[in-house]
Design a protein around this ligand. Structure first.
Ligand SMILES: [Fe+2]
Length: 229
């Protein structure tokens, strides 16, 4: 069952409760003309996207189709956003749907990693918190080049650890390859898939959730993304 709420049934308390419990909320039955950006600002300050703007339009572009990139119709492997930032990654992410694809694809996949961390033994968990890895930018169009050295797990705030994860854009080692395999296996068994309705908003905690996408064909699909500090 999805962690979802209808907009007519929305209250900030209900939204925060779902977000705390499940790490995400799918808010649907949102009317036309709704100001999604204004809504998101209730939960944090907007952070600039890769192009410096506060919004990012996700629509497949032919020029990126051969890449592992959000602006394609390709499936995307689970990851967190901002793993290659030297500073803190976005605390929350929101995507809302301008135009849903007609083919049932293009679903956002989500999985809570806090229960996954509980499956690790103490030594693995400590290694994930101590060993630093070089994360590379997943934006492969060469206009953005970033990299940063971080542990996968930051337990500075023990109650709310930060996970940085990319199966593709990290210079790993045998240990990380092994943990990545276990994580992807966990993801396969436990993720949810969100099929958007027009105007619906998906909001999640980027410190604890990995997200990805199923592939699709209908190039009319359009989502908008914001990152929140
Ligand atoms: Fe992403």
């Amino acid at each position: 069952m999805l962690s979802s709420l209808t907009y007519p049934g929305y209250s900030e308390t209900a939204f925060r409760r779902l977000l705390d419990t499940h790490g995400y909320v799918y808010l649907n039955e949102i009317p036309d003309g709704f100001d999604h950006t204004d809504f998101c600002r209730r939960y944090g300050e907007l952070m600039p996207q890769y192009d410096g703007k506060l919004h990012y339009l996700i629509r497949a572009e032919e020029e990126f189709q051969h890449l592992n990139h959000s602006l394609t119709t390709n499936p995307l492997q689970p990851h967190t956003d901002g793993y290659e930032f030297t500073g803190a990654p976005p605390r929350h992410l929101a995507l809302w749907c301008l135009f849903p694809p007609s083919d049932g694809g293009g679903r956002t996949t989500l999985c809570d990693l806090y229960p996954f961390l509980d499956t690790l033994d103490e030594e693995d968990r400590r290694t994930l918190a101590e060993r630093r890895y070089r994360f590379l930018s997943g934006i492969e169009d060469t206009s953005v080049e970033r990299s940063a050295l971080h542990p996968v797990l930051d337990e500075g705030d023990a109650a709310r650890p930060t996970v940085r994860f990319s199966p593709d854009f990290v210079e790993g080692d045998a240990f990380l390859t092994d943990v990545t395999g276990r994580l992807l296996d966990y993801f396969q068994r436990h993720h949810v898939e969100i099929a958007y309705e027009t105007n619906a908003l998906l909001f999640w905690d980027n410190l604890r959730m990995v997200h990805g996408r199923t592939g699709y064909e209908d190039r009319r699909r359009q989502l908008r993304r914001v990152w929140l500090r």
